[in-house]
Design a protein around this ligand. Structure first.
Ligand SMILES: Cc1ncc(COP(=O)(O)O)c(C=O)c1O
Length: 379
């Protein structure tokens, strides 16, 4: 590497510094206002975010996990119900299903897009007939959208809710329609490393359904329609004013930063195409936002160590699928067809450094380093 410093896999501080002046001003505005919870900043951010996605409603909440949980609650999913999702995801997707008392049913992924394989749905729904499958949660992992047109068609036929997990897909689209605008509801996380990241925890649920949105607003704050009067059992999961003000600044740069991620992906794609690595593919009519740039290699662990020794940080997203996690292995159902693709990919995946403030010469240097590693192995 030409640089002496360690290259991080993601760098939320660099993202803050890129917009420091505007963010500092926005935070100061909130501090001076004296209003810190559910005020003007959250209300305006909700409008701006809904407009960006092409939906009518957004409801700011405390985290992506909370967003999934109250989305499920708004659909009436609870004890005795089952929800289909994938095992190759952040544990939060499955934890949210358990938090509402429902049974997660985990289906396999398409190993090319790393997202829910819709061919597994019909059989899994048939297998669980009578056990009240209420919803499907497709996860747009690594910024690549799941196969939403097919998933929606199957869900409509079986009268199931679809809640998109958009924690990694802010701005991604299929046929020009953004992720978050396909399902009945969609859950976003604003964890600092996300494509749209706050400076702390945050999340949102979006929908085109005004009735569901009203329920979400009640659920996020003790079931209050009016202050101190609970119309339904709710929780406390509010996006705070400071995070909303930060997100309003960063939302203005989301498209530009997603384009920067795509440029870095192009550099990786062209420089790594001659290596034995399996590179990420983007489906037809799909716009990926490369939350992660994930390659596959049978020699993943050795390559990871080599990169680390040469000051390049990489991560494995995620090393243990949810059905193998100590907390969940006996608490989830496995969908028809098993989870073979999930089991296979976790042994091979590696996320290379990817964040909008990374320079293209840094991506070139990482790719050249990987190329040299393969050459040296052949010599
Ligand atoms: C796919 C996915 N779902 C859900 C979550 C949970 O979001 P949060 O960490 O904001 O609770 C995350 C964040 O890590 C995620 O990547």
């Amino acid at each position: 590497m030409p640089t002496s410093s360690f290259l991080l896999p993601a760098d939320p501080k660099a993202n803050y510094l890129a917009h420091k002046e505007e963010i500092d001003q926005a935070i100061r505005r909130v501090l001076d206002s004296g209003w810190y919870i559910l005020g003007q900043e959250v209300a305006v951010f909700e409008q701006e975010f809904a407009q960006y996605l092409g939906v009518s409603q957004a409801v700011g909440v405390g985290s992506g996990t909370d967003a999934l949980e109250i989305a499920l609650r708004a659909c009436g999913v609870g004890v005795g119900d089952a929800v289909i999702t994938v095992s190759h995801t952040v544990v939060a997707t499955v934890a949210a299903i358990e938090l509402v008392g429902a049974m997660p049913v985990l289906v396999d992924i398409d190993p090319t897009t790393f997202t829910l394989d819709p061919d597994r749905l019909e059989d899994t729904i048939a297998q669980h007939q009578g056990s009240r499958i209420k919803a499907i949660i497709p996860v747009h992992l690594y910024g690549h959208p799941a196969a939403m047109p097919t998933i929606m068609e199957i869900a409509r036929r079986h009268d199931l809710y679809v809640i998109e997990d958009c924690a990694q897909s802010h701005g991604a689209a299929i046929k020009g329609r953004k992720t978050g605008a396909w399902g009945d509801l969609a859950a976003f996380s604003f964890y600092p490393t996300k494509n749209l990241g706050a400076l702390g925890d945050g999340g949102a649920v979006v929908t085109d359904n005004a009735e569901l949105a009203q329920k979400l607003r009640l659920l996020r704050e003790y079931g209050w329609q009016r202050r101190y009067i609970s119309e339904m059992p709710g929780m406390n999961t509010r996006l705070d004013e400071i995070q909303a003000a930060v997100l309003r600044v960063k939302l203005q740069y989301l498209d530009k930063e997603n384009a920067q991620r795509r440029e870095l992906a192009k550099v990786y794609n062209s420089r790594l195409s001659a290596t034995p690595l399996v590179l990420p593919e983007v489906g037809q009519d799909v716009e990926s936002v490369y939350h992660q740039y994930v390659v596959k290699s049978a020699e993943r662990d050795a390559l990871k160590d080599f990169l680390k020794d040469n000051s390049v940080g990489t991560l494995i997203h995620y090393p243990v699928p949810v059905h193998r996690q100590p907390a969940y292995q006996n608490r989830v159902a496995i969908g028809r067809g098993g989870l073979q693709e999930t089991e296979n990919v976790v042994k091979e995946i590696l996320s290379l450094p990817m964040y909008p403030q990374m320079r293209s010469d840094q991506a070139q240097a990482v790719a050249d380093l990987i190329t040299s590693w393969y050459k040296q192995k052949c010599d």
